[in-house]
Design a protein around this ligand. Structure first.
Ligand code: F6P
Length: 544
């Protein structure tokens, strides 16, 4: 048994979960009439209502004790001090330094990195403005109209999501994102693009990622085939930590924006990885995004206990995962602008906390990250919400609801908001058999027909959710929202005693992909019998 699951506070929480089994959320509201006001926390105009979570005051007190026992305050201090919290790679996880917009020193290995960060930011923001203003032209002197970011994982999901979320602020060249090694994505993107007016940003921390390199070389061939080799210098820039590989690709040092090994890929949109954001909406808005995140950093670093928004969100997630045994966690942004927020959060959470050994490498006897999934409301209501309401598993939902619309269809915004609030209410309240029976009787159903109909229409209710209100999707509040979820992920990792900042689990697949490529090329490769048979079958059908 681990120290964690053996601890008194863990047992206390197990006891609370058993106790609350017999009580449903409707009763909790009767017992605590001020629950809606009391179970809420607000920071930077982000208002979290967690009154629909299956918690009460003793549960919350125990969760905060758990955080203290797990050294939350010490770990937070170490994180913000730039210590090597990513110990398996010997690195800090210092994405907060990327959004430090003042002169507060932030040190890695004793060196204040803030001036370095600011210098690179100034450089890529100036570049972004030059592209936007037409001073940076293509090789033939044309203004850049289309910008294609080629990257995958953290080098794609963040900027892609932000550009979509802040579309009304995008007044620069059109942004495109290509991630998949499936050539269909690049081919489709290039259709209709004029090479003379197209800029490629090759974004890769390592500059070795197979998918990104394959797409980058294909894009290079496309451009060189049309404009000649000399054009590469005006049509390709890179964002990376690997200057040598960037140069070998043929991109000069002047056209590379660097970042550092203490920035994890999934935490990197705040670095030069965000240059596509700056090109799309301008440096000023990019800085507003950073300032929202910085404000959330300050809140997280300095606010204690129950008033700390990321801490509260993280502890609720731990409660649902480890004590209520919920297998997944649903993200439901009620905002078309936030359509890609769940995809971004999936990498953030599952690549960070999808671990099964603790910091010392010891196998865990408790669950770590649940599956995180979701899509925008109201679409999701007509797809999988049936399962959320009546399925056998309980899957807690985070409803994220920006209030103000950036369009004129106000009546539809009201419908959107109403649907969001109604879903949380329905999940919580449910509908019992007596109510269903009364409703069906009123419609004229009788006897066996009535008896047969009732169970299908019963909702058990008592299904937990958070409702997170934000004023609107603007750069500042989006920055704050994203940093909130980053810190929530960290909080969970502290409770679970795992390293949230490495991702060794993605390596094996990468290695084996190389072996399979060799096998597809007819070379000898070490493969298991099943994969070898598949390679043989695939090779018969496709000519490479
Ligand atoms: O999938 C693993 C991973 O290393 C992610 O952590 C990262 O965001 C992605 O690949 C892309 O890596 P890079 O930016 O080095 O191309």
């Amino acid at each position: 048994m681990s120290e964690l699951t053996n601890s008194a506070v863990w047992h206390e929480l197990v006891g609370h979960a058993e106790r609350l089994c017999a009580t449903n959320l409707n009763e909790l509201f009767q017992q605590q009439p001020e629950r809606a006001e009391e179970l809420s926390v607000e920071a930077l105009d982000l208002f979290l209502d967690f009154s629909k979570q299956r918690v009460d005051s003793p549960v919350l007190a125990s969760l905060h004790r758990l955080a203290r026992q797990c050294g939350f305050e010490q770990w937070r201090e170490r994180l913000f001090a730039g210590e090597a919290v990513n110990h398996t790679e010997g690195r800090a996880a210092y994405h907060m330094a990327l959004r430090c917009l003042d002169d507060t020193p932030m040190r890695v290995d004793g060196d204040n990195v803030v001036p370095l960060v600011a210098a690179v930011r100034d450089r890529f923001c100036a570049f972004a403005e030059a592209v936007r203003g037409g001073q940076w032209t293509g090789a033939s002197g044309d203004v850049i109209r289309d910008v294609v970011n080629i990257g995958i994982g953290g080098s794609d999901l963040g900027p892609r999501m932000v550009c979509q979320a802040l579309a009304p602020y995008c007044d620069g060249p059109r942004s495109h994102f290509v991630a998949n090694v499936d050539g269909a994505e690049l081919s489709d993107t290039l259709v209709g693009l004029d090479p003379a007016q197209t800029l490629f940003i090759i974004t890769s921390k390592t500059f070795t990622t197979q998918e990104t390199m394959a797409n980058a070389h294909a894009a290079r061939r496309w451009l060189v085939g049309r404009l000649g080799e000399a054009a590469v210098a005006r049509h390709f820039v890179a964002v990376s930590t690997n200057a040598d590989a960037v140069q070998s690709f043929g991109i000069a040092a002047d056209n590379m924006f660097e970042f550092w090994d203490w920035v994890g890929g999934r935490y990197s949109l705040w670095s030069a990885v965000g240059v596509s954001i700056a090109v799309a909406m301008g440096a000023e808005r990019f800085v507003e995004l950073l300032s929202g995140a910085q404000a959330m950093d300050r809140h997280f670093a300095t606010t204690e206990g129950a008033d700390n928004l990321p801490l509260t969100l993280g502890l609720l997630a731990v409660w649902n995962t480890n004590f209520l045994n919920c297998p997944t966690q649903v993200l439901a942004p009620y905002s078309q602008r936030l359509q890609r927020f769940p995809a971004w959060a999936q990498q953030l959470e599952m690549e960070s906390n999808g671990k099964s050994v603790d910091r010392d490498g010891v196998a865990l006897d408790y669950r770590t990250t649940p599956v995180l999934w979701g899509d925008v409301g109201t679409n999701a209501q007509h797809a999988y919400f049936q399962m959320l309401h009546q399925g056998t598993d309980v899957n807690p939902v985070d409803f994220v609801l920006p209030l103000a619309a950036d369009h004129e269809l106000h009546e539809q915004q009201k419908l959107l908001i109403a649907n969001c609030l109604a879903q949380g209410a329905a999940l919580m309240r449910g509908k019992d058999a007596d109510t269903v029976r009364a409703e069906l009787s009123a419609q004229g159903l009788r006897g066996t027909e009535l008896d047969a109909a009732v169970p299908h229409r019963v909702f058990s209710g008592n299904r937990p959710s958070n409702t997170l209100l934000m004023p609107r999707v603007d750069p500042f509040h989006l920055g704050a929202l994203l940093a909130l979820y980053e810190h929530r992920t960290f909080v969970q990792s502290v409770i679970w005693n795992i390293n949230a900042f490495d991702q060794w689990g993605v390596e094996l697949g990468k290695q084996l992909a190389k072996s399979v490529v060799s096998a597809l090329d007819g070379e000898v490769a070490e493969l298991d019998p099943s994969t070898r048979a598949l390679v043989a079958r695939v090779s018969e059908g496709v000519g490479f």
